[in-house]
Write a protein that binds this ligand. Structure first.
Ligand SMILES: Nc1ncnc2c1ncn2[C@@H]1O[C@H](COP(=O)(O)OP(=O)(O)OP(=O)(O)O)[C@@H](O)[C@H]1O
Length: 380
């Protein structure tokens, strides 16, 4: 079932939580609403659900206008962060609840309800815990039951508000993959709210980035990461290293630090944004840049070694970050307090007055082809 949001807005008192916006969610799509706290994600989700009324605009499911339809009649499934399971009911009864309370003429036969619950228990891999009560379950198990309960009603649209927000990182990761599989298997349309970029980028077909009640960008995770529409999106999605400078010939310069722009490109006053994988680290500067950095922290946990770097003799509002492989770490053995130099591979220039960033690349065509996915250390 597709969802169309047309010119919807919402105010609470004199505060505009949602500015007039349009959004189309395609049938079978999984869309993540991503944004900082207070950006209007939950309000938008509640408007889709019918739990909140928009001041203006229309909500369509398929071709059907749902704007004035009560939440009960929209056939949406919900999952919230705080489980909301019935404490006095077993897992199986929790899942069956929505079906049991349907008006008689819509209610499936007892045997059918039993069958559906058994299938769902199997799907959430909790058949062995059917008789347990919520207090006897872990957070991850409770959330799976909450999902099964929503799915029991066979919704065409599943709405999830920070569904895994209260769980620890490992369980969260597991559950979001599991949700994605379930979504693909059952073919419903899902919209979920999160403020976790990694979560949004990992499971969504499309991510809608919101701030201050409006949509900043809607795109596939890949496009969002590689072609951010504006500074807000760039900043919000993952770590970014920022170099603020003014032009000096072919260089963008700040104090003693500089980056030389490739031939054929002109530096402009503004900020150069470089993702951690868009720089390499070296023991010496070269013709591309003079960006001395002090190593502040070395984090060995993960697929690559993360270095936190503080500008030396120049300024950046936030600490810089870069990753090197474990093999490079073993060769180099970087120590806290040591100086190293960042060299740019590619970047986006946000010139002072420009709305759109300008991509800058120091890579040759051959390098672009064989480019590693993480930063690497040039052991010179
Ligand atoms: N019922 C309400 N009455 C008054 N203001 C509200 C109400 N619901 C939401 N707001 C305000 O609207 C804004 C958007 O809230 P919303 O919950 O949609 O944000 P959010 O992006 O989901 O944030 P979070 O990630 O913190 O949940 C906030 O400033 C919030 O205080």
């Amino acid at each position: 079932m597709s969802i169309q949001i047309k010119n919807v807005s919402k105010t609470f008192g004199d505060f505009q939580a949602i500015k007039p916006l349009d959004l189309t969610i395609h049938e079978g799509e999984m869309v993540g609403l991503l944004g900082p706290s207070g950006s209007g994600k939950t309000t938008l989700l509640r408007i889709i659900a019918g739990l909140e009324t928009a001041d203006q605009g229309q909500i369509l499911f398929g071709e059907r206008d749902m704007t004035r339809l009560h939440v009960r009649n929209r056939r949406v499934g919900f999952v919230f962060q705080n489980y909301a399971l019935f404490r006095h009911m077993s897992v199986a009864d929790n899942i069956a609840f929505g079906l049991e309370v349907l008006p008689r003429k819509e209610r499936p036969a007892k045997a059918e309800i039993k069958k559906r619950v058994a299938e769902l228990l199997d799907r959430i891999e909790l058949s062995h815990l059917a008789g347990r009560y919520p207090a006897q379950l872990s957070g991850g198990q409770k959330q799976r039951v909450a999902l099964a309960r929503a799915l029991a009603m066979q919704p065409r649209v599943l709405l999830l508000d920070e569904p895994f927000g209260a769980l620890d990182a490992r369980v969260r990761k597991e559950l979001r993959r599991w949700l994605r599989d379930l979504h693909d298997d059952l073919g419903f349309t899902s919209v979920f709210v999160t403020h976790d970029q990694e979560e949004a980028l990992e499971v969504s077909d499309r991510v809608v980035v919101m701030s201050q009640g409006q949509i900043e960008q809607q795109a596939t995770p890949e496009d969002l990461y590689h072609q951010p529409a504006n500074r807000f999106v760039y900043d919000f999605l993952g770590q970014v290293n920022v170099f603020q400078g003014t032009p000096w010939g072919q260089q963008l310069k700040q104090e003693a630090a500089w980056i030389r722009f490739p031939e054929g490109t002109t530096p402009e006053s503004g900020q150069l944004y470089l993702r951690p994988h868009e720089i390499t680290l070296a023991r010496q500067p070269d013709h591309r840049a003079h960006l001395p950095l002090t190593i502040k922290a070395v984090n060995l946990i993960g697929a690559e070694v993360r270095l936190e770097l503080e500008p030396e003799g120049w300024h950046s509002d936030e600490i810089w970050e870069a990753g090197i492989t474990h093999a490079e770490y073993n060769d180099w053995q970087p120590q806290r307090g040591e100086t190293c130099y960042a060299l740019p591979l590619s970047a986006q220039l946000f010139a002072q007055d420009a709305a759109q960033p300008r991509p800058i690349s120091w890579l040759t065509a051959a390098q672009v082809k064989g480019r590693p996915s993480s930063a690497s250390i040039a052991l010179v």
